[in-house]
Write a protein that binds this ligand. Structure first.
Ligand SMILES: [Zn+2]
Ligand SMILES: [Zn+2]
Length: 419
């Protein structure tokens, strides 16, 4: 198969990618539908058709938030966010607070009808106080109330570590975004199917890192951790390789549960009673992993499942956070602060105050109870001309010359809100 080159920006995408990782353009060679097909919504495919008459004539698509962020008026707003919520349907960036994808109209944050839960997310990454580059990558994606989150901590020095964690993010996005990759049916998959999908994504991420190393020897020795969480309804499924961590903080009692086990040598020494937890924290080999992406062909992810109830909070983080903060302290901040955006900021600030020895990355997914659950079909389509922009993104949509586009055309004739 030829390289998966973006016709718009020229970026060479991973072969499985349905949308360009850089600019979000639908990739030509993926047009024939193969592989995973929607179970019900057979009218949808991955090609998001946009009425080009009101959009950027050069792009042919509405600008992404990154492009909007270049505009002076939106710079400040965009600067508040380190990472955007990526639409699992079309791969474009949205503000973490958006309900609906700004490009394709897919519902992002829909409260689950059965559990009355609404998910709020935030992702941030800081270079820290010592390092000159950030080898971590964070990702958050959403569709129909399903949240996918990733923290990847690259290793192998400077550019290599950065590339490894970025490739993990790109591979995860290629595996989950678009109908070809099953984004239409994430709500319906069994837990076993979700687990397999997470395993596959990490397997493909591993391949992507190894491929890059084989193509370019300067990347020799690079690798990355990957801690992923798939959140749907009241369930969390975590897939994990390396020493980034997932914590679950109980909103009612404040219990802090470390979901993942570190795949580090010191963790083995602690588990076997050779050293204490305190000795481990200053051990010279504390960052050495026995399992990571980019090391061997067959890499096995640990899978965990947990329940989520209103008030509970899931925190994914790189070791740059846990080097400086104990689990109990993370739990204390989560409980006291409440809002995910503020939680992620305070966690990172505290790690930086305590020395910021490594890159610090945090993803926070909080479940809050939402009695005013809006039915999915009411949110699937918004009409931007209808003065119903996604809430909390009001400023952005007012200041950006966004243009309008025909959502009926994008979503086909079977739009339930039109009947
Ligand atoms: Zn592109
Ligand atoms: Zn979208």
């Amino acid at each position: 198969m030829a390289d998966n080159v973006c016709p718009h920006c020229g970026y060479v995408n991973l072969k499985r990618a349905v949308f360009c990782f850089e600019c979000g353009t639908a990739l030509e060679q993926n047009k024939p539908i193969k592989g995973m097909k929607p179970r019900h919504q057979t009218d949808l495919d991955d090609t998001i058709e946009i009425d080009v008459k009101d959009t950027d004539p050069q792009l042919g698509i509405p600008p992404s938030i990154q492009e909007l962020a270049d505009a002076k008026a939106t710079k400040e707003l965009a600067a508040q966010y380190h990472d955007f919520l990526k639409c699992l349907r079309c791969g474009i960036d949205n503000l973490p607070t958006a309900d609906v994808c700004q490009r394709c109209g897919a519902a992002l944050m829909v409260p689950d009808e059965n559990y009355g839960l609404r998910l709020l997310v935030s992702a941030r990454s800081s270079v820290g106080q010592v390092r000159s580059n950030n080898e971590d990558n964070v990702g958050i994606w959403a569709r129909s109330g399903v949240i996918l989150a990733l923290v990847a901590d690259g290793m192998g020095g400077a550019a290599a570590g950065e590339e490894a964690s970025r490739l993990a993010k790109e591979a995860v996005q290629a595996d989950f975004t678009g109908a070809l990759r099953g984004s239409e049916i994430l709500q319906e998959l069994t837990e076993e199917e979700v687990q397999q999908k997470l395993r596959d994504a990490l397997h493909h991420a591993n391949e992507a890192v190894l491929d890059k190393i084989s193509q370019d020897k300067s990347y020799q020795g690079m690798g990355t951790t990957a801690t992923m969480a798939f959140v749907r309804g009241n369930r969390i499924i975590v897939a994990h390789i390396g020493d980034s961590r997932a914590y679950l903080i109980d909103g009612e009692h404040g219990w802090v549960h470390q979901i993942t086990d570190d795949h580090s040598f010191v963790e083995v020494l602690v588990a076997s009673g050779h050293i204490t937890r305190e000795q481990a924290s200053i051990h010279p080999m504390r960052s050495v992993l026995y399992r990571a992406l980019g090391q061997v062909d067959a890499v096995e992810a640990d899978l965990y499942t947990q329940y989520l109830k209103a008030g509970d909070c899931l925190v994914l983080c790189s070791d740059g956070l846990t080097r400086h903060l104990e689990g109990d302290e993370i739990g204390e901040i989560v409980k006291r602060v409440g809002d995910p955006e503020a939680i992620s900021q305070e966690l990172i600030d505290l790690a930086n105050v305590r020395g910021g020895e490594d890159n610090i990355s945090v993803v926070v997914v909080k479940a809050v109870s939402d009695e005013s659950t809006v039915p999915l079909e009411k949110l699937v389509v918004i009409n931007i001309e209808d003065e119903r922009p996604p809430k909390s993104a009001d400023n952005l949509f007012q200041t950006a010359q966004f243009g309008s586009f025909d959502l009926d055309q994008i979503l086909g004739d079977e739009d339930p809100s039109e009947t």
